[in-house]
Design a protein around this ligand. Sequence first.
Ligand code: HEM
Length: 125
Amino acid sequence: MSESGHIEEPKKFSPKDPPKLNPPKEDPIAMEDLAKCDGTHSSHPTYVAIMGTVFDVSGNTAYSPNNPYHIFAGKDASRALAQSSLKPQDCTPEWEDLPDKEKGVLKDWFTFFSKRYNIVGKVQQ
Ligand code: HEM
């Protein structure tokens, strides 16, 4: 039972073949370092951050250059994910002013990423 009184579905957003994930890391990651992890530098992994939590999406070509979700790579894309937007100007970390419905969408994306990608750190404030 969650705080809201709903019974959580344990399988919600689970991938068919759940990957073995590492324990989540809390390492601080500076915005400029995150920006380098956008899939355009072969020496760097590819990261996407949601609400300050950084996920390593290197294994998924969807985030590689020329692919649809490359727009999120190297950024905290919380706002765009919440608003189902692929516009670069929406790929920003601000989400707290959004309506509850969009916050719910964002939370669902967080769950989706948490079940697929290693958490490698937190965006440094
Ligand atoms: C015509 C519109 C769209 C189509 C047909 C589409 C299609 C898809 C498909 C087939 C997947 C893979 C699902 C899976 O792996 O289970 C996916 C994943 C995803 N979509 Fe879309 N999508 C659309 C629009 C959008 C928009 C507007 C956003 C903006 C937030 C978005 C964000 C994502 C993200 C973040 C993923 C997860 C990729 C991953 O890490 O596996 N999509 N989409």
